[in-house]
Design a protein around this ligand. Structure first.
Ligand code: ZN
Ligand code: ZN
Length: 294
């Protein structure tokens, strides 16, 4: 485990994304950092990997910017790079939302993992809402969470309209690392929701500290690992169901008929039995992906 994967973001007014982009790309290439970094006038959003030594240098580099000096890094050990390439890009938004004007200085209160545990164990009246996409919440969620199953994050404003009845309730939003629920919660505040929280540091921060508690199933991640399963208790290890046989599963494949390419949740056994295809028709298709690529 000589490599580290870093995940971090921050919403902050950043004045020179273009200047940052050029210098930062060079820094990453010089120090063999791989992954993807989005920079925008609204902040930074990144997942990168590198050797322990290079990642330390990378963290110092990021913290040398006054805007990012207090940034929080989520750090995981790994045995190799989690990315093949490096991308540093200037974006309009650090996570595509298209919500229109949302005041990001008025985001929701931050809820610590321990406070969430307290909410659950004390029987407090609250609603916890997943702000992620359907393929993410299908394999993992907080206990009793509302999962609106978004197709993309752009659908969130529609969900907010449907949540109208919860305006006077305690509402908690969450996502993988916190970046989406920060914006999602800001929209709730803007629409007049009275008592809104966002999970501080997202699911990541919670499961690292409290596996086998109120998180159920696996977490979809945006690097080559794809899925992380934090729990050891059998009953909450996997909450997704195999597309073929319905047994608990957390792993996705794309149908190997390249024209179909449907995303399927499947157990290991069925994946092999069905030859990586969603149907008999796809199994017979001429344009099949080669098995070597997974
Ligand atoms: Zn199965
Ligand atoms: Zn198919």
């Amino acid at each position: 485990m000589n490599y580290r994967i870093l995940l971090f973001y921050k919403y902050v007014n950043f004045s020179d994304p273009e200047g940052f982009q050029k210098n930062h790309l060079k820094f990453c290439v010089d120090n063999q950092i791989k992954g993807r970094i989005w920079i925008s006038s609204e902040g930074i959003n990144a997942t990168v990997s590198g050797t322990i030594e290079n990642i330390e240098k990378y963290k110092s580099e990021i913290r040398s910017f006054p805007e990012f000096k207090d940034i929080w890094f989520k750090e995981d050990a790994h045995y190799e790079h989690a990315f093949k390439k490096i991308h540093v890009r200037v974006k309009r938004e650090i996570v595509t939302a298209d919500f229109g004007k949302v005041d990001l200085t008025k985001t929701a209160k931050r809820l610590k993992p321990e406070e969430l545990n307290e909410f659950y164990s004390s029987g407090k009246d609250f609603v916890i809402i997943d702000t992620r996409n359907d393929y993410e919440s299908n394999i993992g969620k907080f206990k009793n969470a509302v999962t609106p199953k978004l197709k993309t994050f752009r659908d969130w404003p529609k969900v907010v309209e449907e949540l109208e009845d919860l305006k006077n309730k305690t509402v908690i939003t969450y996502c993988t690392g916190g970046i989406r629920c920060e914006k999602a919660s800001a929209l709730l505040v803007e629409k007049g929701f009275k008592d809104v929280y966002q999970m501080d540091g997202g699911i990541w921060n919670y499961i690292t500290k409290h596996p086998d508690k109120y998180w159920e199933g696996s977490v979809f991640v945006f690097d080559e690992r794809r899925i992380v399963s934090p729990n050891t208790k059998e009953e909450i290890k996997h909450i997704g169901k195999c597309y073929y046989c319905g047994t608990p599963a957390s792993y996705y494949i794309n149908c190997h008929n390249q024209i179909c390419d449907k995303i399927l949740l499947t157990c290991d056994e069925c994946k092999i039995k069905n030859d990586y295809c969603c149907s008999e028709e796809c199994r017979q298709a001429p344009d099949r992906r080669s098995r070597i690529h997974g």
